[in-house]
Design a protein around this ligand. Structure first.
Ligand code: SF4
Length: 513
């Protein structure tokens, strides 16, 4: 007979899953992040983790997205060989229908980030399709499903290398992770795939991220085999790099390292690395033909008693409506600011248009003189929100626009996430500007500092249009000051030196009982 799965049950389960993971962190992520918060000694990193934890609780309570990048949907299916679908539509079409339904939910609309044609038009499909679907046929009578939403900031940091068999995985990982910068919004986890072919290694790395985060428990009980010992070793060595939360320097960069392996050619050693960010979002469910999947939210006790709030005693308050270049010159890399007043927004598409107008000698639609620009593409607002979750996007993509904009407009500062490249830092120093970072993965918390929003230009760009936000006590850290000092360079350097060489006693491998 076998198990019969109705299309509607499957589609609704996917739709429910994408909604569920948009506002609930997995409980294991919360538990490990709470431990990282307790032991963190870097004030900047601890503050960032406090924002991520507070944001997480607010999202769970408000059923609003953890991050403004609500991600690209990955669906992993383990289809029992006795399972039958209705058969009228492909599995890809069913998954896409579920994604469409979930992302267009009127109560909690999620940001559609997918473009259909990746090479030329790159126009938004407006419903976040297509999903990335992987299917495995296995013995059995049920359909096992993992649904994950992966932000571009962390997905863009995926790396693959075809090592020689004698080369060290550990050395490769320790060379690779510092090169990723902070755009993947640590603290998160690393998924590592080793073996198979190039594409198999990448799939293994991504699938490994669906496993529960259990590094603390693993350390407590000790490794049972060489793979577990390797995970502990890698986790400690990556954390000893000192990168820390948001790349600000600190004790915890990764909460866990997962490794999945597969047989490979005697002459090959493919290794793949995919980081998962502060917005770690995935859920597992099983369909047995009895209806739509039931998803259990984490209990309220899963969130630690951490409640971030603006602290004027530790931060400098900044009035954006009266900001001067002399005041910007007084900010120091690593300092915390609370921004209030009018803040402009703009990201990739708006920057491209502004620079095109400058090149052609045409006037800009917005006067940037004396202003601060936030790199953001918020989620659509619902109910009484001024704006939906509105965390920072990766600033590195704006590096090429920085010199022309600073040179021509009198823009004073920019807000984004992750490090700036040498070209942008040189422009910031030359023009006495500054670059500030907000916490990636704290988007709903940030949006609560935004009291009103209106579109000023390029309305056709949707979430990429230039808006003006009225903000109150929006928390940011000075990442590059007017002298060109960068917290993303000095922070990890300082914390790497403080952590010192890892001299862990080798942990004995305990045989399985
Ligand atoms: S936490 Fe950072 S990397 Fe993750 S989805 Fe959000 S912005 Fe992207």
């Amino acid at each position: 007979m076998g198990t019969f799965i109705r299309d509607e049950d499957f589609i609704q389960s996917i739709a429910d899953a994408v909604q569920f993971i948009s506002y609930y962190h997995p409980a294991d992520y919360l538990a490990q992040l709470a431990r990282a918060y307790e032991r963190e000694e870097s004030a900047a990193a601890r503050d960032a983790i406090a924002q991520i934890l507070t944001n997480s609780r607010l999202c769970a309570q408000g059923h609003r997205p953890i991050c403004q990048d609500t991600g690209m949907v990955n669906v992993f299916l383990r289809v029992g060989m006795n399972v039958r679908f209705e058969g009228g539509r492909s599995v890809q079409a069913l998954c896409d229908e579920g994604v469409r339904r979930g992302y267009l939910d009127a109560d909690n609309p999620l940001r559609a980030s997918m473009v259909g044609d990746p090479l030329f038009a790159r126009s938004n499909t407006r419903d976040n399709t297509p999903a990335m679907v992987s299917v495995e046929l296995v013995p059995g009578d049920v359909l096992e499903v993992d649904v994950a939403a992966k932000g571009a900031g962390s997905e863009n940091k995926a790396r693959l290398a075809m090592l020689n068999p004698g080369e060290s995985l550990v050395d490769w990982v320790l060379r690779t992770v510092p090169e990723l910068g902070a755009g993947w919004c640590p603290p998160g986890m690393l998924g590592i795939g080793v073996g198979g072919t190039a594409e198999k290694a990448m799939l293994l790395a991504k699938q490994s991220l669906m496993q529960p985060i259990d590094m603390h428990e693993l350390r407590e009980r000790g490794p049972r085999d060489r793979l577990e010992a390797l995970r502990i070793d890698l986790c400690e060595k990556v954390n000893a790099l000192g990168i820390g939360a948001q790349g600000l320097g600190g004790l915890t960069t990764v909460l866990d390292v997962k490794i999945a392996t597969f047989g490979t050619h005697a002459a090959s050693k493919p290794v793949a690395l995919i980081p998962n960010c502060a917005a770690t979002r995935h859920v597992h469910f099983v369909l047995d033909g009895s209806g739509v999947a039931a998803l259990d939210p984490p209990p309220l006790s899963a969130w630690p008693d951490v409640h971030w709030a603006p602290d004027a005693a530790r931060a400098r308050r900044v009035d954006l409506d009266r900001l001067t270049r002399a005041e910007v010159a007084g900010w120091k890399a690593g300092e915390t600011l609370l921004l209030s007043g009018r803040l402009l927004t703009g990201r990739d598409a708006a920057h491209a248009r502004l620079c095109e107008l400058l090149r052609s000698g045409a006037p800009l639609p917005v006067d940037l003189d004396g202003r601060v620009m936030y790199y953001v593409g918020p989620v659509t607002a619902v109910r009484d929100e001024a704006v939906g979750p509105a965390g920072p996007t990766t600033a590195t993509r704006m590096d090429v626009f920085t010199e022309p904009l600073l040179a021509a407009t009198g823009l004073l500062a920019m807000v984004g996430k992750a490090e700036r490249g040498p070209e942008a830092i040189a422009a910031i120093r030359k023009h006495g500007a500054a670059y500030l970072v907000a916490v990636g993965g704290a988007a709903y918390l940030v949006s609560r500092a935004i009291r009103s929003a209106r579109v000023l230009a390029f309305e056709d760009l949707g979430m990429e249009a230039i808006h003006e936000f009225e903000v109150r006590d929006m928390p940011v850290t000075v990442a590059v000051d007017a002298g060109g000092a960068s917290i993303h360079e000095s922070g990890p350097r300082e914390w790497k030196a403080r952590i010192g060489t890892v001299r862990r006693e080798s942990i004995p491998i305990r045989p399985q009982s």
